[in-house]
Ligand binder design. Structure first.
Ligand SMILES: Cc1ncc(COP(=O)(O)O)c(C=O)c1O
Length: 444
């Protein structure tokens, strides 16, 4: 059953009719006609860590909302928040002992930038520019779009932007053919160093450990973050890790940056932090950031109506307990490795160029030629052909583009709930094999 979108909705797509979704259970979603789908993308993109319909989380949402949802924050503190902050700081890497909650990923990134700015300003540094990477999406407010490097999303609003700084992304699969991985890394580090040398107003560097939807779970070269961090320390630049997609076990470790070292100063979290059961985001900061603010006796100059409310904290706590009690970080690692090994087999289809990512954060890049890595003709929008075919196979996937010149190059991001079993991974592999084989026939 297709549903005509009600004209009262400010619409994302005026042409397309969408089927109506009904409910979810575990890794499965069901439409109004009872059709079952595997939520391979994790509700568009990497949200549903604990899966759908989890009683332990939804019960806490109900109970806490009955007890107390919000409170007058100018006069009271709440125990739910206090417990929750302790638990996420315990879950975070060493030295991250202070946190702040908001409603989602964009707000987490924006608040991390504010925190870094206030930290630097308190130390007497009057710097005003953020450095980030082209080809990364960090959120949708005007400031965060400006800081982010996803041209497709930024371009409509560039007249409203102040203009922050950007360097190239790190995408090993697409390094220049004549460079080794080490030479490629060297060239990116040199570019980064030059950008810092030429722009003394930069106060923080923002990056995703693995770039999500924009590049399809692309991790960096081996020593990329180590070397970036050395430059940041030397120039007193705060390193912000955008863990909105990669946090809370998504990549098979607690945080994406854990794969490379404890280099970040601030972590931005959302999505899997609450698996979608209630809007929540958080920034988690290292002690030196917090202590600098505390010693200045100034509060963090931020705060919104729904910052640090008990309802979000209680649900966040239930989500985190579920992740810990069901060993979902380990499951993400193990089943992720298994799924990745199955996806590698898709390379027998001539249009599958690269399989990448860690844990249950995986990407497939499509090409028209596996040797030359030439992109598929952009007007075909191949990623959407595969997405459509996969949908018919009962798989919800997320097709994207932009790995080449930020506008060409098709890929797909896979980020299923972290409760995925190897039997369900087999179903994903078989469905994708059929969807991609069929898609390849359609364009050949
Ligand atoms: C890496 C990353 N950062 C930030 C955001 C923004 O999060 P939100 O949509 O919750 O505002 C996203 C959203 O997809 C993201 O992928």
């Amino acid at each position: 059953m297709q549903h005509i979108i009600n004209s009262q909705l400010i619409c994302a797509d005026y042409e397309k009719n969408y089927p109506l979704i009904d409910h979810g259970k575990g890794v499965y979603l069901y439409d109004k006609e009872g059709r079952e789908y595997i939520d391979v993308s994790g509700c568009t993109a990497a949200v549903t860590h604990v899966g759908h319909g989890v009683e332990e989380v939804s019960k806490v949402l109900y109970d806490q909302s009955k007890k107390l949802a919000v409170h007058p924050t100018h006069l009271f503190y709440n125990e739910e928040l206090e417990n929750y902050l302790k638990n996420i700081c315990d879950f975070a890497p060493a030295g991250f002992n202070h946190a702040w909650t908001i409603c989602g990923g964009t707000e987490a990134v924006e608040n991390a930038i504010k925190l870094a700015y206030q930290y630097q300003k308190t130390k007497g540094l009057n710097r005003t520019k953020v450095l980030a990477r082209w080809g990364s999406y960090h959120g949708n407010s005007l400031t965060v779009l400006d800081v982010g490097g996803l041209k497709a999303r930024r371009s409509y609003y560039t007249d409203l932007m102040v203009g922050h700084n950007h360097v190239s992304h790190c995408l090993p699969y697409r390094k220049p053919e004549d460079q080794t991985l080490k030479e490629y890394e060297d060239s990116l580090i040199n570019e980064f160093q030059k950008e810092i040398d030429n722009n003394s107003e930069i106060f923080c560097f923002l990056a995703e450990p693995f770039v999500g939807a924009a590049l399809g779970a692309a991790g960096p070269t081996e020593n990329y973050f180590k070397r970036i961090s050395e430059i940041c320390i030397k120039h007193d630049i705060v390193l912000i890790s955008d863990e909105v997609m990669t946090g809370f076990g998504r990549t098979g470790l607690k945080f994406g940056m854990d794969h490379f070292g404890n280099y970040a100063d601030i972590l931005c979290c959302a999505k899997g932090i609450n698996s979608g059961y209630f809007p929540l985001g958080a920034v988690i900061a290292k002690d030196n950031i917090y202590n600098t603010l505390k010693d200045s006796s100034r509060p963090f100059y931020s705060g919104q109506t729904y910052s640090c409310i008990p309802l979000a904290a209680a649900v966040g706590n239930a989500n985190l307990e579920y992740i810990k009690n069901h060993s979902l970080v380990e499951n993400s690692k193990n089943v992720g490795q298994y799924l990745k090994s199955k996806l590698e087999l898709l390379k027998e289809i001539p249009c599958v160029g690269d399989i990448r990512g860690e844990g249950l954060f995986l990407g497939i890049e499509f090409v028209s030629n596996q040797k030359t890595k030439a992109v598929i003709e952009p007007s075909l929008i191949f990623n959407k052909i595969v997405e459509r075919n996969a949908f018919k196979e009962g798989l919800i996937t997320y097709g994207c583009r932009g790995t080449v010149e930020y506008s060409k190059g098709d890929h797909m991001l896979l980020a299923p709930p972290l409760i995925l079993t190897s039997e369900e991974a087999d179903k994903i592999y078989l469905g994708l094999k059929s969807a991609i084989t069929q898609g390849y026939k359609e364009i050949s």
